[in-house]
Design a protein around this ligand. Structure first.
Ligand code: NAD
Ligand code: DAU
Length: 339
């Protein structure tokens, strides 16, 4: 039987890394190729448990390197491309937008060209709810797949641009694609520049937690393993050309999230420090996942069960995040925050 080849871009990062492990373990008959540039956000130590498996391999490359990507596609003849690789942090996009355009827009276009030239069964473009812009605080309003694209940050503008290219390659060349737009993820191997792992690691070290503005902005949280099962379903069952929103109805204010973590770790709310707001800070995100549910997906975690699992994971994997905090991250943190 011919084996199915799956290219996962960004498989050394947070979500791509969890997805690679999910696929390698769930589908022994698929060959999973992890392509990643290993930027500050990527590391391979997380794959120690799978790297000796026959159905896993790693390629170090830049998705925007046309020559490298074209020759990899020629050599491997992938059936599936699951595209996670990106610059992903909103705050970094506010300080340095250029690399976001380079990787997220140009890099995606190179991958689309390669998929078009060499042929694929499905290209899944992993996008974000942030392309829809922001919602107000009316709890009855949600992002649907028909919500207009109105990105507000350089990060979300770069993701929206790549979404439009993916759509155009479907409309113009008939490339079989899906675009997924997921809400905020959390869970194992989340890089500690993002709110939840930043809070867990700082609270564990009795350090102040920076909360932007008044802390009332709302995010809709989804455990990363539920995101992985959603992408598995979309890659196999998604209708070509369709967009699928992914979310599990877990809206929380940032302050609620931080206080939940502080309470679970038996520390004091005195650790909270309100700091200058993020520029262009989106008020609220909330996903309507009906279309994906109709395809057969259900999340398995609530926010309460997911955050408990995640905190336990960070307690058990201190060596992973401590090694990140001790490196270049320290310079980033000092530039970003004055606390
Ligand atoms: P991440 O920053 O943790 O990981 C990104 C990975 O991409 C890293 O391993 C990095 O080395 C790699 N990468 C960066 N530039 C590259 C390049 N030029 N070539 C090859 N590899 C490169 O990101 P994440 O949080 O895991 O997000 C993954 C994807 O999911 C992104 O496309 C993001 O937009 C999307 N997304 C994230 C969330 C979230 O909450 N984190 C929610 C919805 C969608
Ligand atoms: O919605 C999906 C998006 O979620 C993804 O597309 C992005 O890649 C991902 O990074 C995430 O973006 P956010 O900006 O929502 O995540 P972040 O963890 O950076 O921030 C979550 C909220 O917490 C946001 O309202 C800003 C606030 N915040 C964040 C940090 C880092 C703070 O109050 N203090 C902080 O120190």
């Amino acid at each position: 039987m011919t084996r199915i080849k799956v290219l996962v871009t960004g498989g050394a990062g947070f979500i791509g890394g969890n997805f690679v492990q999910y696929m390698v373990n769930k589908y022994p008959d698929y060959d999973i190729v992890n392509l990643d540039l290993l930027t500050y956000a990527g590391d391979l130590t997380k794959h120690a448990g799978i790297e000796s498996k026959d159905n896993y391999s790693f390629v170090k490359a830049d998705i925007a390197d046309r020559q490298a990507i074209m020759s990899l596609f020629e050599q491997e003849q992938f059936q599936y491309v699951i595209h996670f690789a990106a610059e992903s942090h909103v705050d970094r996009s506010i300080t340095d937008p250029g690399i976001f355009v380079q990787t997220n827009v140009l890099g995606t276009q190179v991958l689309l060209d390669a998929a078009k030239v060499y042929g694929i069964t499905k290209f899944v473009h992993v996008s974000t709810d942030e392309v829809y812009g922001e919602l107000d605080f009316d709890p009855q309003t949600f992002f649907t797949e028909d919500t207009p694209i109105q990105p507000n940050s350089p990060y979300s503008a770069s993701k929206a641009s790549s979404d439009l290219l993916v759509r155009a390659y479907h409309e113009t060349y008939g490339l079989p694609v899906n675009i997924t737009r997921c809400s905020n993820n959390y869970g194992p191997y989340h890089f500690p520049e993002k709110l939840i792992p930043l809070t867990i690691s700082r609270v564990l070290n009795d350090q102040k937690v920076p909360v932007y503005g008044d802390g009332r902005n709302i995010r809709d949280w989804l455990h990363v393993w539920d995101h992985c099962s959603a992408i598995d379903l979309v890659m196999h069952e998604g209708i070509n050309g369709e967009v699928y929103n992914i979310g599990g109805h877990n809206e929380r204010t940032n302050l609620e999230v931080v206080k939940t973590i502080i309470r679970a770790l038996h520390k004091s709310n005195d650790l909270i420090e309100f700091v200058k707001d993020r520029l262009g800070h989106d008020k609220r995100y909330a996903i309507d996942p009906t279309k994906l549910e109709q395809l057969g997906w259900q999340p398995t975690y609530t926010f309460d069960t997911g955050i408990e699992q995640t905190i336990a994971w960070y307690l058990e994997h201190k060596e992973w995040w401590e090694q990140i905090l001790s490196g270049e991250y320290q310079n980033y943190f000092e530039k970003q925050y004055s606390i």
